[in-house]
Design a protein around this ligand. Structure first.
Ligand SMILES: NC(=O)c1ccc[n+]([C@@H]2O[C@H](COP(=O)([O-])OP(=O)(O)OC[C@H]3O[C@@H](n4cnc5c(N)ncnc54)[C@H](OP(=O)(O)O)[C@@H]3O)[C@@H](O)[C@H]2O)c1
Length: 249
């Protein structure tokens, strides 16, 4: 149970909560006593399932849809948290997209789409979090272990996540005095739609061998790292990029 605030229950917004890492994080935080705003883009039905699962286990949750690169949508998610649950203590920004192509063949419109969701979306969420997170609080952003691994074809995606890594310690410093931490989690290969879609069995097996722990990460592995960062045990970790990847580097 997370008891950073002694007097009230805690409230989390999880973008990308309809699938993958965001879904596992929403479920994990709800188990720890958080009321959760479950963000989604297109998959309302999946987000509703996550809400139902949390409620079945006795927790509180509400779904909130829309594109995270739209400032109004993100503002509305925070409004929902405040109206439904009285405030926001943790923001986990798991929503993201990945398109792969060698630079020579990159469609610049695809680059724009990737940057719009992964960079502008991160800024839209970070801006509201900076204004509205109450302390003790935490913002967790998402990078990727591909940033240091520098795999070919990941140029646009990795560049967008490099921006997240650059922002993380800057925002941590901007929030001096607020008792709010800002960190990024950088997963390695993790068995979600984003990783599995479009890859052959051989590619998946090869990437699963990369970590010394010799398996793919699970969404739950990453949710556990996030839960550490947003809980009292992780509160002294601030401005960092946590490479949760089974030891790839
Ligand atoms: N899986 C990996 O191996 C891996 C590795 C390193 C880093 N990451 C990062 O970890 C984070 C979570 O990835 P994942 O693997 O869980 O991805 P995923 O399974 O593809 O899920 C992506 C989530 O983001 C939401 N989303 C996508 N575009 C959105 C938008 N424009 N506005 C709002 N929500 C949007 C999706 O909503 P809908 O369901 O409505 O589409 C979905 O909930 C991402 O930032 C990703 O870059 C993943």
């Amino acid at each position: 149970m997370d008891t950073n605030n002694n007097d009230t229950f805690r409230v989390a917004i999880v973008t990308g909560g309809s699938r993958g890492i965001g879904r596992a994080t929403a479920l994990r935080l709800a188990e720890g006593g958080y009321a959760v705003v479950v963000g989604y883009s297109a998959n309302e039905a999946e987000a509703d399932k996550v809400v139902a699962q949390i409620e079945e286990r006795g927790g509180r949750a509400v779904a909130a849809g829309g594109d995270v690169s739209d400032g109004g949508v993100v503002r509305a998610m925070f409004d929902t948290a405040e109206q439904e649950y009285g405030g926001v203590d943790a923001v986990v920004h798991a929503a993201g997209q990945m398109r792969l192509a060698p630079v020579a063949e990159l469609d610049l419109d695809d680059l724009d789409r990737t940057l719009r969701v992964n960079v502008r979306g991160t800024f839209a969420v970070a801006q509201q979090a900076a204004r509205r997170l109450r302390g003790p609080g935490a913002l967790v952003l998402f990078s990727t272990t591909v940033v240091p691994l520098a795999f070919p074809t990941y140029g646009a995606y990795s560049a967008s996540k490099g921006a997240v890594e650059a922002l993380t310690p800057i925002l941590a410093k901007e929030l001096r005095g607020r008792d709010v931490t800002v960190n990024a989690v950088a997963p390695g290969p993790t068995a979600t739609d984003m990783f599995l879609d479009g890859k052959s069995e051989e590619q998946i097996a090869g990437l699963a061998k990369l970590p010394p722990l010799e398996r793919l990460g699970t969404a739950e592995d990453i949710a556990a790292a996030v839960a550490f960062l947003v809980g009292p045990d992780g509160h002294w970790v601030n401005g960092q990029v946590l490479r949760a990847n089974g030891g790839i580097i």
